[in-house]
Design a protein around this ligand. Structure first.
Ligand code: ARG
Ligand code: ZN
Ligand code: CA
Length: 243
């Protein structure tokens, strides 16, 4: 481990329509967003309220586009059962998944923007899936999810982060510096939004691991950074990416 983690990204594009065959420009715009959001270089980072200024964090991991693989399909939607990752089901198998982050761009359906595999799963299905309507900044990206933050959120999961509300009413995300949220937040919440969970904290609705609009999410926390760092250290589930 040389101290700086740079993750090669393979983008697997499955397309039926021209809009689904997203351009290299749109793909690079997504890589650029990941590099900003994971290095506290996003222009809205300074919108983090003073209440959370002490815990906002620069994750310090960068991404580089390794290759784009394209395949045409007759499927109109792929669902969330990993079919897009399997050649036998018309998909594209991941490339070097123990050393490269594989992203699939394909229409998912069912109102799903994207989904991710947590660390520790099978390498044959490892990576993140993003619908082309929410991929990157230009081309087919659709407001209010057109700032590339679906991938920021999904890569957060891929790096072991949980939803900030812990997928339960007043649940835990296993991170101590993020407040307890009642549930997922949507849209652009007014600040401050108080939780009714124990201690009635102000919710960190601007965290990437909530469900708000792309324009309303712009920070990770120090606790989330530590949780991410742990999986890239020796013995961690993603140590093979930190060589
Ligand atoms: N897995 C979530 C979904 O499909 C992603 C939410 C991403 N949120 C965002 N603002 N881009 O609904
Ligand atoms: Zn999620
Ligand atoms: Ca927490």
């Amino acid at each position: 481990v040389n101290g700086k983690i740079e993750i090669p990204v393979v983008v697997n594009v499955l397309y039926r329509t021209t809009a689904e065959n997203i351009s290299n420009t749109q793909i690079q715009s997504q890589i650029d967003v990941l590099n900003k959001d994971f290095n506290a270089l996003n222009s809205d980072y300074n919108n983090v309220p003073a209440l959370f200024a002490g815990v906002k964090a620069n994750i310090g991991i960068s991404f580089v586009l390794d290759q784009v693989i394209r395949k045409s399909t007759t499927k109109t939607s792929w669902g969330t059962n990993d079919a897009m990752k399997k050649t036998a089901q018309g998909g594209i198998a991941p490339t070097s998944p123990t050393t490269k982050l594989n992203m699939w761009s394909c229409t998912i359906g069912g109102g799903i923007l994207g989904y991710a595999q947590f660390p520790g799963g099978a390498s044959s299905t490892d990576g993140v899936v993003i619908d082309p309507k929410y991929f990157g900044l230009s081309g087919s990206a659709n407001a209010p999810f057109n700032l590339g933050r679906t991938a920021t959120h999904e890569v957060g999961h891929w790096m072991n982060l949980r939803h900030i509300w812990g997928d339960a009413t007043c649940g835990s995300d296993l991170v101590s510096d993020t407040p307890t949220h009642n549930t997922a937040n949507y849209g652009v919440p007014a600040y401050p939004h108080y939780s009714t969970c124990s201690g009635t904290p102000v919710e960190m609705t601007m965290n990437y691991m909530d469900y708000v609009d792309d324009a309303a999410m712009y920070m990770f926390s120090t606790g989330q950074k530590n949780r991410i760092a742990a999986i890239f250290t020796s013995g961690g589930a993603r140590a093979s990416f930190a060589q």
